[in-house]
Design a protein. Structure first.
Lengths: 358, 262
């Protein structure tokens, strides 16, 4: 019998990419630790976390300014950055698995657009709220509205795409694009109505920023993001099966309808909360899962965890860069992720051309 | 035992299947044949639980509508006509997906075994999308085999459903795949295969169901169903069945009308 030699074709060495993926997980944990420490040391105030730590260990009184800078400004900002980065990257990975398309992204199916419409509505029409309610919402008005917008968009989309308990992915993609266009147009009308001060707010919200992170703001958005991040790894086996198509996924024992419902809720929760607290931070949801798929393959058991870690580390790093390039002023983080992520993504595309179509 | 009673499937207003009764036994390879659009694949999809339909399907005495997806996956595997994969999975990773169903998770050693079974030993690290159509089809068969590796589990037969399993294969691999299906049945499992090739059906099937326009024209042993009159009616063309004296297989189809015209 003639043995067919697979040597000439591209193969995966040792064919078990799981070991490799677990090594990457370890590496990413270390990287996340390093950028987190780095993020705590960098800032306009020149506070050193090491000096503060030494003071605390020695039982000395920590200067009030240092304490505020470290614990009330830098730490919540660090945690928010990590959560938002992880939420955006995992949302992207789950959505791509759900749609079986590496280009799918919450931005694509109108979830981000819905959240954006919510935020813009709050900024432009917030003044029309009854004074009592406005005062009660206060600082939360924009995040709450953005979050509600993201959820509403997902629910409408799900209603359009689901008939008798079955979700059509094609209808959902097309419906999402239409919904995105519609919410974009409504947002445009609101922007047209806005006055100069509101336009300035809108622009900064739209560029995305982690500035202004507080424990209170974090407490409002964190539970949803944490819930989504905990739920995501449970979807891994189902999303792997879904790569075979819905029918074959059902054949290997995956409750497809339930999987889709949970995946959609996960994405809506994570994206809505992330957009609410940080505005439009692009590229994380597409670039992070894509890089990891190139490195260790598309197995969601590793992809989702590694996406969360890499997304968190990258966003913290981008935030550090946004704080130092034009210090003491800050660059909106959305600009940093786009300026760094765009060319890097193009470079990967050019280098891996051909392999990406696999 | 696989028993289907009164299977009715409508797509829009058109009834694709009207009150079809069907049965298959463990240890048998049961072929479903019929012309294009007759409802063969629809019947298979009703039997595997993919389609909502009127009527009842019982597998080993259990109504499949009452079984959860994972329980059903431990009982039957399904090979679709073609399976395009999203994302660059390797052949081994595709086969391993079959282990998420009824098979115990520790059976990773099954992956190279299943690939070797379909003649693809050494293909573990190859990217699925880079394989030929026939190789992809055999990788998928390896995945299905990994899912229901033992034809009999806990004393009950498992079931292998095949939807035109050889349509993208050359003749050597057609015989190989049909041989694997035959072997699965011989070891006590049940096989139900939608077939286009009547010669292969005659060679490998224990029982044949002939479907035409959403109804069963005949269900029984090949000799009882693959007859000139039934086939000619179903396929709307004159067909003659030849029985060579040396072996008990039938050579089909023979376009008798064309010969007569010459």
């Amino acid at each position: 019998m003639v043995a067919i030699s697979p040597d000439s074709a591209p193969t995966v060495q040792g064919w078990d990419r799981g070991t490799q993926a677990r090594r990457v997980t370890l590496l990413l944990v270390v990287a996340l630790g390093v950028v987190s420490v780095f993020s705590l040391t960098v800032g306009a105030a020149g506070t050193s976390p090491w000096a503060v730590l030494a003071d605390m260990i020695a039982g000395r009184e920590v200067a009030l300014a240092d304490r505020v800078v470290l614990f009330e400004i830098r730490l919540p900002r660090l945690v928010l950055g990590a959560l938002v980065g992880a939420a955006l990257a995992v949302s992207g990975a789950v959505m791509q698995g759900l749609f079986r398309n590496p280009l799918a992204d919450p931005g694509l199916v109108g979830v981000s657009a819905g959240a954006g419409l919510g935020a813009i509505t709050a900024i432009v029409l917030g003044g029309l709220l009854p004074a009592g309610l406005a005062a009660a919402l206060g600082y939360y008005a924009v995040p709450v509205a953005a979050f509600l917008g993201g959820w509403a968009a997902t629910l409408v989309l799900y209603g359009i795409a689901t008939r008798r308990g079955r979700t059509s992915v094609a209808t959902m993609l097309l419906g999402g694009i239409a919904l995105g266009a519609l919410t974009g147009a409504l947002s445009g009308i609101l922007v047209y109505m806005a006055d100069d001060a509101q336009l300035r707010d809108l622009t900064f919200w739209g560029l995305g920023s982690l500035a202004g992170a507080t424990w209170a703001k974090l407490a409002a958005a964190a539970p949803l993001m944490v819930l989504a991040l905990v739920a995501a790894p449970m979807l891994a086996r189902g999303l792997n099966g879904l790569a075979l198509g819905e029918a074959a996924a059902f054949h290997i024992g995956i409750p497809v309808q339930r999987l889709k419902a949970v995946a959609i809720l996960t994405v809506a929760g994570a994206t809505g909360a992330a957009v609410a607290v940080s505005g439009g931070i692009g590229f994380v949801g597409i670039v992070v899962p894509h890089l990891l798929r190139l490195a260790t393959g598309p197995d969601h058991r590793y992809l989702l965890v590694n996406s969360a870690l890499l997304g968190a580390a990258l966003l913290i790093l981008a935030d550090v860069i946004s704080r130092i390039v034009i210090a003491p002023a800050e660059l909106p983080i959305g600009i940093v992720t786009a300026v760094l992520g765009g060319p890097f993504f193009l470079w990967i595309l050019l280098r891996k051309r051909g392999v990406l179509d696999l | 035992m696989l028993e289907a009673r009164g299977i009715t499937v409508r797509l829009g207003r058109r009834a694709v299947l009207c009150g079809v009764d069907f049965e298959a036994r463990a240890g048998h390879l049961t072929a479903i044949v019929g012309p294009n659009g007759s409802g063969k694949t629809t019947l298979l999809r009703a039997l595997t639980g993919d389609l909502s339909h009127g009527g009842r399907v019982r597998l080993n005495g259990q109504d499949i509508a009452d079984l959860r997806p994972w329980a059903l996956a431990g009982l039957r595997g399904v090979l679709p006509q073609a399976t395009p994969m999203a994302f660059p999975f390797t052949a081994a990773e595709v086969v391993r997906l079959g282990l998420t169903g009824g098979v115990e998770a520790g059976a990773a050693g099954l992956v190279p075994q299943a690939l070797a079974r379909v003649g693809l030993a050494g293909f573990e690290g190859r990217y699925y999308q880079e394989l030929s159509g026939g190789e992809q089809q055999r990788v998928q068969l390896a995945r299905v085999l990994a899912q229901i590796w033992e034809p009999v589990a806990h004393g009950a037969p498992r079931w292998l459903f095949l939807d035109e399993p050889v349509s993208s294969l050359d003749i050597g691999h057609q015989l190989q795949v049909m041989g694997i299906a035959r072997d699965f049945a011989d070891r006590g499992g049940g096989v139900v295969a939608v077939m286009h090739d009547l010669n292969l059906t005659a060679m490998f099937a224990d029982r044949v169901a002939l479907i035409s326009e959403g109804r069963v024209l005949g269900l029984g042993q090949p000799g009882a169903v693959l007859r000139n009159d039934l086939l000619s009616t179903a396929y709307r063309c004159p067909i003659r069945v030849n029985t060579p004296p040396a072996r008990g297989t039938y050579l089909l189809p023979h376009a008798a009308g064309r010969v007569a015209a010459e």
